[in-house]
Design a protein around this ligand. Structure first.
Ligand SMILES: C[S@@+](CC[C@H](N)C(=O)[O-])C[C@H]1O[C@@H](n2cnc3c(N)ncnc32)[C@H](O)[C@@H]1O
Length: 204
């Protein structure tokens, strides 16, 4: 059943009644349910009704984007953290998480739910990120009408408006997308670890 047009007050009884009637209910959300999925309120209602449930993880849009871009968002010596966030819209972001404050870390930053406010987002990001920081504008990843535009940060808003994106758009802002050659320690011959000890340690 499509639930986009329903309120929580309508959805919850549908789930509860069917489970109590002995049926299995799947509540399908896009991406991973741990972010921007409004499952918190559903979990509380189901728990209060003593309905057992299980949350199944999914692939979030930022992970789909990285795969489509053939990119790792954590590159040694360049960037080792990823921030998943959004700009304030009808849902307000707490003051301590304002985009400008998060941008100060210059991490890989994945911006959800923000295409409508892309001018404000770009301006806040540019307070700290250089203007030539690569940005992947990702629209409807995985769908037949998918679009991916790789641009510099100072073009983020212009390109978004030119191609007329409002919904289902994720921005991946990351120095990693323009990274030069880099190497991790994991497969480096100079780096030993449990599964690849020093040659002398492996001799019998
Ligand atoms: C309500 S949130 C849901 C996020 C979802 N739980 C996830 O983990 O991807 C919707 C936002 O996620 C992003 N998004 C979800 N699916 C997407 C897709 N297929 N392509 C690009 N962005 C997507 C967009 O930023 C969109 O505005």
């Amino acid at each position: 059943m499509a639930t986009a047009g329903l309120t929580l007050e309508a959805i919850a009884p549908l789930m509860i009644e069917r489970v109590r009637a002995g049926q299995s209910v799947v509540r399908l959300h896009s991406g991973d349910p741990s972010l921007y999925s409004a499952i918190h309120e559903q979990i509380q209602i189901l728990a209060a009704a003593e309905i057992a449930f299980e949350v199944i993880p999914g692939i979030s849009a930022f992970q789909a984007a990285a795969a489509k871009l053939n990119a790792e968002l954590t590159i040694p010596g360049l960037v080792q953290s990823i921030i998943l966030t959004r700009i304030s819209g009808r849902t307000q972001v707490p003051e301590t998480e304002e985009l400008e404050a998060l941008a100060a870390h210059q991490t890989s930053l994945c911006l959800y739910l923000s295409a409508r406010h892309v001018e404000a987002a770009q301006a806040r990001l540019m307070v700290h990120y250089p203007a030539d920081t690569p940005v992947a504008i990702c629209y409807r990843l995985g769908w037949p009408d998918e679009q991916i535009h790789l641009v510099s940060l100072d073009q983020m808003a212009t390109v978004t408006r030119d191609v007329d994106l409002i919904r289902t758009t994720l921005y991946v802002v990351s120095p990693a997308l323009g990274a030069a050659k880099a190497r991790s320690r994991l497969y480096n011959p100079d780096h030993t670890h449990l599964f690849r000890p020093r040659p002398s340690q492996t001799q019998t």
